[in-house]
Design a protein around this ligand. Structure first.
Ligand code: ATP
Length: 354
């Protein structure tokens, strides 16, 4: 049975639509990352699941039961907020125990549940501290422990790592994923950080302007972006506008064969070629030429900016490759996508381009 189902979820504010017809089905134990730029509707979607915002249309089902009319406290969900929202006058132990006390659990039971949660989140020895005596990472762990002791069916995380510095962010990201998999809890994780989403999620829902642009595995989102928005939002991508001619898209001096199985609508003569820098390779026999205008060192690899006449393209090369400014290069594309009307129409892999 599906863990969580959103059916045509819609929320409007005045004339503006914050979330528009979002439908998602999540399996038990799955971690979904809702990803998108500021204002795309991801927090509104999360808050509708938690019951803090009432949708104008649509339904929310957990294990097949509609929960859309239940108040937050009666939903089998628990939310972890960006700013932890711990009670400052309570110790770590009491913060975690509070929800259980409200449920009239016995002292014994509460002690055991809280102790287990402290171990799970790596907090033993911190139970007598107050929130102001905790680091950001510890505070976030307490917030997570406090949510998990309630044994929700669905865990909702609203940018839980955004207040942490870069290194701690990475560590907590892995910890959250680890805990989520150990407890096997269905989770929705809101972030605007694509790297975080790619690293942590089973599936990513990319949102834009209230719409769900694509719902797919991190791998598919990266290698088969369904829309031009996803192609431009995720990772590094060369986007080359061109015109459709006989069997090819001509982008300035660069011609890209249209793959045979591409499904162009035929409604326009314009298309955009999207190609990742790592799919462009320096190749003495390659069909494209240009001149290196810049070499950007990114630590584990370099990006060359190549002037190919009417287009500037970025080509990834290995860290140790020294290709100075002014070098004339030939290159080829191992894999590229054709977008028409903002939608993916076909993908070419190197056999098509040879
Ligand atoms: P961020 O990453 O900045 O938090 P988000 O993707 O979570 O952005 P939402 O907070 O869901 O975006 O907001 C979606 C849209 O709805 C935005 O345009 C926002 O301005 C609007 N919005 C959100 N809450 C309200 C409100 N209470 N009244 C009016 N408009 C709102």
């Amino acid at each position: 049975m599906a863990g969580l189902t959103l059916v045509d979820l819609t929320k409007r504010y005045g004339g503006a639509t914050a979330v528009s017809n979002v439908s998602i089905t999540l399996n038990d134990g799955e971690l979904l990352s809702l990803l998108g730029p500021s204002g795309c509707g991801k927090t509104t979607t999360l808050r509708m699941i938690g019951g803090f915002i009432t949708p104008d249309e649509g339904d929310i089902l957990i294990d097949g039961q509609s929960i859309v009319r239940l108040p937050p406290e009666r939903r089998p969900t628990a939310m972890v907020f960006q700013r932890y929202a711990l009670w400052p006058h309570m110790t770590v132990y009491d913060n975690i125990a509070f929800g259980l006390q409200l449920r009239n659990k016995s002292r014994e039971e509460i002690r055991k549940t809280v102790d287990d949660a402290l171990v799970l989140t790596g907090l033993p020895g911190k139970e007598k501290r107050y929130p102001h005596q905790l680091s950001g990472g510890e505070a976030q762990r307490v917030a997570l422990a406090r949510a998990l002791v309630l044994e929700p069916r669905i865990l909702l995380l609203d940018e839980p790592l955004s207040n942490l510095d870069a290194q701690l962010r990475l560590r907590m990201r892995d910890e959250i994923r680890n805990i989520q998999q150990r407890v096997n809890i269905t989770t929705v994780f809101v972030t605007h950080d694509q790297e975080e989403a790619l690293a942590i999620a089973d599936r990513i829902g990319v949102m834009n302007g209230g719409h769900l642009e694509q719902l797919a595995s991190p791998d598919e989102i990266y290698t088969q972006p369904a829309t031009l928005f996803v192609a431009s939002f995720i990772g590094n991508m060369n986007l080359l506008p061109g015109s459709i001619t006989d069997g090819a898209v001509q982008c300035g001096l660069l011609g890209f064969a249209i793959p045979q199985d591409a499904r162009l609508s035929g409604s326009t003569r314009e298309a955009i070629i999207a190609v990742r820098p790592e799919e462009l390779v320096l190749d003495g026999h390659g069909p494209y030429h240009g001149q290196v205008t810049q070499s950007i060192n990114l630590g584990d690899h370099k990006l060359l900016v190549v002037d190919a006449g009417e287009q500037l393209v970025r080509v990834a090369v290995a860290r140790e490759d020294a290709v100075p400014r002014g070098t004339a290069v030939n290159f080829s594309a191992r894999r590229y996508h054709v977008y028409e009307d903002g939608v993916l129409r076909g993908t070419a892999v190197s056999n098509d381009t040879a």
